[in-house]
Design a protein around this ligand. Structure first.
Ligand code: SF4
Length: 233
């Protein structure tokens, strides 16, 4: 697909995402958080809507997160922007040549991704960072359509077990892979998928809980994106 047409189709898809109100629990939560605000952000205008994907439509690297943070992406309107998980992720992306700068504070901070694209299986901030099974299912058509459009992707990094499950659910249902159990989650695992699918790398999610407890260190995150860089050249 020509680059301009692809960009337009992805942009149209993101407009549909932003307008979506399919999940009553998530709509109520994202808007309540945006209205109440955290004390540190009382002067900010929260986004409070579904968060669109972000990146280069011709990307060879796809990063699959989980869902927007209540006071991060749900505040700023851009994935992994405005909270500690983004600080961690974008530093590793920058150091490996996938981002134009190591920090991500707001939609107008000048950041752009290089040969990389970030998506999530759930686009609205969930209570307790835990979407329900029904919410994953409701949001999945957006992910499916995006995967179909992102035809250049060669490497997929999934951030956490739930992201891995969500990503693999698409080829599993299309019978492009046989069993989910053939791809168990462990940090740093690589999988060569059949049927011409991209290579899959597993990584812990850079949530505050993981990074503050040492479950995921910067070195571990750098190692995963270093692997992605070597695979892509
Ligand atoms: Fe719509 Fe997805 Fe948000 Fe549910 S999680 S309201 S399907 S954008």
């Amino acid at each position: 697909m020509a680059a301009n047409r692809l960009s337009l189709k992805l942009a149209k898809l993101q407009q549909e995402v932003i307008a979506c109100r399919l999940c009553p629990r998530l709509v109520a939560h994202r808007e309540a958080v945006a209205s109440a605000k955290r004390r540190a952000y009382l002067r900010c205008e929260y986004w409070g809507r579904p968060v669109p994907s972000f990146g280069d439509p011709a990307a060879r690297l796809l990063i699959v997160g989980l869902a927007p943070g209540a006071h991060g992406a749900n505040r700023t309107g851009r994935m992994f922007t405005g909270d500690s998980s983004g600080d961690f992720l974008y530093k590793a992306l920058f150091d490996n040549g996938f981002a134009s700068q190591p920090n991500s504070t707001g939609r107008s901070d000048g950041l752009h991704l290089i040969d990389a694209y970030i998506t999530a299986p759930v686009r609205c901030a969930p209570p307790g960072n835990k979407p329900t099974r029904e919410e994953f299912a409701a949001c999945r058509p957006f992910l499916e359509r995006e995967l179909d459009l992102l035809a250049n992707v060669k490497v997929v990094v999934t951030l956490g077990r739930l992201a891995l499950d969500a990503y693999l659910g698409v080829p599993l249902d299309r019978k492009l892979i046989q069993r989910r159990s053939g791809y168990p989650f462990s940090h740093g695992a690589h999988f060569r998928l059949p049927s011409g699918l991209p290579t899959l790398l597993c990584c812990y999610h850079p949530s505050r809980q993981n990074t503050q407890t040492g479950v995921l260190t910067m070195q571990m995150l750098q190692s995963v994106f270093g692997d992605a860089r070597r695979m892509l050249g």
